[in-house]
Ligand binder design. Structure first.
Ligand code: UD1
Length: 421
């Protein structure tokens, strides 16, 4: 199994190109099931999660071709040959549960395994199921599978979510594109990922109003057609690399970075004493002074502070001046990086969904274990700041979501390599 070895210390300077967004790309790929015409995606990140979903789509009869060194993906769902998304694939990737909406809308039937994914809490799918039932589907749970049927097709309706769910909003929107009549989704997700998916669906002929607001109105159409769509920049990768110069010193330009993707995070960086400025090519990040200051974070749905950047901020707070409070409101059990950071000398007290981090002068390199995707990134960031060598094992988590992370960090001066142990 591979591990990542980081020798800490030293400033980081230079440029990092931000890849296409993993979470967005996965939902865009599932949208290919809505049409018998080709959907071409560009700016595709080359990641294991993307491959996993590609395998699932192929198992349903979709053709998936990778072009241009994997950065372009040509999907063709000309004929759906199988309506069952198997446990063996879905368990590896929670986002694959989002084949349910498109498959059901197109085929009037879908059988999808209940999902797995990162071990960061219960991560229910009840909102997905209720939304599709509201559109007229009959749903049964049997043997770990969701059996969804709508023999006469789906019918537009009003769906009101009790709280924001990105995945459920996206399953509902995709399903509603082919439903009869009008669907209104209230308390919809406003995440850039959802907005990008809607942009692609509109390019495919869907009629959707309200992207980026809490209310979406979808006028069902009979058919969707093919399209070519460029995947937006990955705001989580962007935020992760913004922490690197903040924690180590130096200045790094994130090419392709956009403030509108990451406003709440940038505001917290500012509170911690980090400057972020727009450049022609993206965003430039550098510390204002010698030290990072303690700053508090509460995760929330967009436009709030992203849960996927909580672990990285914690890594930065470990050597900040003062005590910070990090509150996780999206997922329970999302502080699994804390015990690993403590092994590196951090002072962190976790109490339920709140972590108090008191900055220490120095972290020390250690052997640590990645427990989920974003936790892995936080350990690498801490390793860059620590004295000596940090070895992060179980990096397959990292490979799910960060394209060429060692190469990108080496490009700005980090001492980081991958080894096989
Ligand atoms: C979540 C994040 C998203 C992130 C993604 C990948 C939020 C709101 N969502 O999206 O930004 O990119 O993880 O890490 O920040 N829930 C239910 N029932 C459901 C669906 C969700 O109870 O049917 C709960 C979840 O357990 C969670 C909350 O709703 O507590 C939000 O989950 P949701 O947005 O659906 O999760 P993802 O789509 O995975």
């Amino acid at each position: 199994m591979d591990s990542i070895v980081v020798q800490g210390g030293g400033e980081l300077n230079g440029q990092i190109q931000i890849s296409g967004a993993k979470n967005t790309c996965l939902k865009l790929m599932s949208a290919a099931l809505l049409t018998d015409e080709p959907l071409t995606l560009t700016n595709v990140p080359r990641l294991s999660d993307i491959k996993t979903l590609g395998t699932l789509l192929e198992s349903l009869g979709c053709e998936v071709a990778m072009l241009n060194d994997g950065q372009v993906m040509a999907l063709s769902g000309r004929e759906i040959t199988n309506r069952k998304a198997d446990y063996e694939i879905v368990r590896k990737l929670r986002a694959s549960f989002n084949v349910l909406g498109p498959l059901l809308a197109r085929e009037n039937e879908a059988i999808v395994s209940l999902p797995g994914g990162c071990a960061i809490g219960a991560r229910a799918v009840d909102l997905h199921i209720k939304a599709l039932e509201t559109l007229g589907a009959t749903i049964e749970l049997d043997g770990g599978y969701v059996h969804a049927k709508a023999p006469n097709g789906l019918t537009g309706a009003v769906i009101e979510f009790p709280f924001v769910s990105v995945g459920a909003t996206e399953n509902a929107v995709t399903a509603a594109t082919l439903a009869k009549g009008t669907t209104v989704i209230k308390n919809a997700a406003r995440e850039p990922d959802t907005v990008d998916l809607i942009k692609c669906l509109v390019a495919m002929g869907a009629k959707i109003e309200g992207a980026g607001t809490s209310t979406l109105t979808i006028e069902g159409v009979d058919h969707l057609h093919g399209a070519t769509h460029e995947v937006i920049a990955d705001r989580i990768e962007l935020g992760t690399f913004m922490v690197a110069p903040a924690i180590c010193g130096g200045s790094v330009e994130l090419l392709g970075g956009r403030l509108d993707l990451i406003g709440a995070f940038v505001e917290r960086l500012d509170a911690a004493g980090i400057n972020v400025t727009e450049t022609d090519g993206g965003l430039l990040v550098a510390r204002r002074g010698d030290v990072v200051k303690a700053a508090d974070v509460t995760t929330a749905p967009f436009p709030g502070y992203p849960t996927d950047l909580q672990a990285q901020f914690m890594a930065m707070m470990c050597t900040a001046e003062g005590t910070s409070t990090l509150e996780e409101t999206i997922f329970e059990n999302r502080f699994m990086h804390a015990p690993e950071l403590i092994r590196m000398g951090a002072k962190i007290d976790v109490d339920g969904n709140t972590a108090k981090v008191t900055g220490v002068e120095q972290l020390n390199g250690a052997r640590v274990m990645a427990t989920d995707l974003r936790a892995s990134a936080s350990l690498i960031l801490a390793g860059l700041r620590a004295k000596g060598e940090t070895v992060v094992s179980r990096v397959y988590h990292l490979d799910r979501g960060y394209e060429k992370i060692e190469e990108k960090l080496r490009g700005v001066g980090a001492n980081i390599e991958r080894i096989s142990e």
